[in-house]
Design a protein around this ligand. Sequence first.
Ligand code: FUB
Length: 345
Amino acid sequence: MPEESIQHINFEELNNKAISQPLINHIYTADPSAHVFNGKIYIYPSHDVDAGEAFDDLGSHFAMEDYHVISMDSPSGEAKDNGVALHVNDVPWAEKQMWAPDANEKDGKYYLFFPAKDYNGIFKIGVAVSDVPTGPFIPQPEAIKESFSIDPAVFKDDDGSYYMYFGGIWGGQLQRWRDGSFNATQPESPLAHLPGNNEPALCAKIAKLTDDLLAFAEAPKDVVIVDENGDPLLQGDNDRRFFEASWVHKYNGKYYFSYSTGDTHFICYAIGDNPYGPFKYAGKILEPVVGWTSHHSITEFNGEWYLFYHDSSLSKGVTHLRSIKVAKIEYDENGFIKTIKPYGS
Ligand code: FUB
């Protein structure tokens, strides 16, 4: 939601109309990646802080330093903050900006996947491991080889394969990797290095993970989203094209790739027949929330489906001080998701 519209919001009225309230009130949290492990919900969010950084279009004011894991017995239950699970000071390769993480489980071990800027100012993705879902997590000494950009989401398929989806444009630097290596020679503007409006949009990336979940088993490939004619979405299609916040879930045998459209503030989705896609654009899951960013995850719990998301209502619109929320998702008879209006009709 653009800053200028936030200035006119009556937050008391908005909070009364909101379809859900913040799950956690004592700290700011965002980018909730929710999973069910051993019958319980674990949410891996960003931990928002005000580090005093100036606002810019590269997201420098999102200067997060650590992660907390939130647990819940059910989507309507109490949300428990399990304390610091990983701090940037404990990650040898990472300097700053611990952005949206995800986690997954394999053979009784838990893996936290997280982006951060290295000491050259380049976003990479790291892994940290724990014996319990709440951490603390022990980081690997190096970032994942050949990883780049932000917003990892790790999907476990029914055959036991794990895939990482990742990437984000503007401050997420995806546009600087178009030639396969980091383009450091040009300006830092978020709009530099992007394709033209009539060119195919930049895509999120997918890479299968190795058996130990610590590395890419293959070179990352494009996650292509196509329109109703089977043509790739264009960069100028701001209401539908990928910006950041990849997530994948499976429903009735189909793969649902969902993501944020960034500067138009929607959570959209597209449907495919396999983890690699292509994915056909299918619609909007969430209308814009208060705050600039929108980032989510989708999880099944006891046969019902839930959207975990965030907004900036608790901080009265401060874009980098967000709060995680949850709402129920409904599918129609054809498997399409009904669009959620976060503040009612
Ligand atoms: O939380 C920092 C960044 O904001 C995330 O990595 C993006 O997805 C956006 O939510």
